[in-house]
Design a binder for this molecule. Structure first.
Ligand code: URA
Length: 268
């Protein structure tokens, strides 16, 4: 039998891309097959008992091994409520180690737009373009979002834009419920600090997470909800995610109705 020629680097990369692999997690390749062949490691001696450590910053802020989800959620909640300003919140999130997504993302995608804006849009999570630029909604769906808000006279100087999850999930996979719960206190604090008159949730995940509903976007879009910051009630309106509108343009008609509702409230 004639052996198949080895694939070129270009062919290999094309194969990876097709399989959904679009980022490298480490500098060096890891041969997982060699790991399978290797004999099992000898049992390790019990580690020496460590002297108790003095109490200091929580482990999730010190960069130690990833904590259990409930510890990370509690730590995110405690940390987020201490941030007195958006800048402090951004810094705190930069140093937060409780969400594994941080380690596969290139950078934190905190927000874009005007923190004084009367309207805040919240999406799900950054994609590839956002991960590269460090700003939310700058890829294809972001271009559509700009057109949508532009149609009612808004832009990034008159609106504020963020995501429930501030780090890109690898390969744009759906964030896990734990990842969402860990990141939730941060976006909640961000909403509280921006304190907009109107909150627009983009798509199902953002709507269900922030507005605590289990109904799907087809039933929630265009309906008014109340978002409680703790200090104030903010009017909230779910609408379609622009990425969904790119895939299903026939729903743009309904999205336009939602935009007109938003424009009326802002004018009133
Ligand atoms: N989709 C989102 O939900 N957020 C972004 O920032 C980009 C795409």
């Amino acid at each position: 039998m004639i052996p198949e020629p080895a694939p070129t680097v270009r062919e290999l990369l094309a194969f990876y891309l097709e399989a959904g692999v679009d980022c490298a997690l480490t500098e060096e390749p890891i041969d997982r097959l060699a790991e399978l062949d290797a004999p099992p490691p000898a049992p390790r001696a019990a580690p020496p008992v460590e002297a108790p450590r003095p109490v200091s910053a929580p482990a999730v802020m010190r960069g130690e091994a990833a904590p259990a989800p409930d510890v990370a959620i509690a730590s995110a909640r405690d940390a987020a409520r201490t941030a007195p300003t958006l800048e402090a919140l951004r810094e705190l999130m930069q140093g937060f180690e409780g969400c594994a997504l941080k380690h596969t993302a290139t950078r934190l995608v905190f927000a874009d737009g005007n923190p004084q804006a009367r309207i805040m849009f919240v999406g799900e999570a950054p994609g590839r373009d956002e991960d590269i630029e460090g700003l939310p909604f700058v890829g294809r769906s972001g271009k559509l979002l700009d057109l949508m808000i532009g149609a009612i006279g808004l832009n990034r100087t008159t609106a504020y834009i963020a995501n429930v999850i501030p780090w890109r999930p690898p390969g744009n996979r759906t964030p896990t419920p734990q990842e969402t719960q860990i990141c939730l206190p941060f976006i909640q604090r961000q909403i509280e600090l921006v304190n907009p008159d109107l909150l627009v949730t983009l798509g199902n995940p953002s709507t269900q997470t922030l507005l605590g509903t289990r109904e799907g976007i087809m039933r929630t879009r265009g309906r008014w909800f109340e978002y409680e910051t703790g200090a104030r009630t903010i009017r909230a309106l779910p609408t379609f995610h622009p990425a969904y509108l790119l895939r299903s343009p026939s729903y743009k008609r309904l999205a336009w109705q939602d935009l007109r509702t938003i424009a009326k409230v802002l004018a009133g």
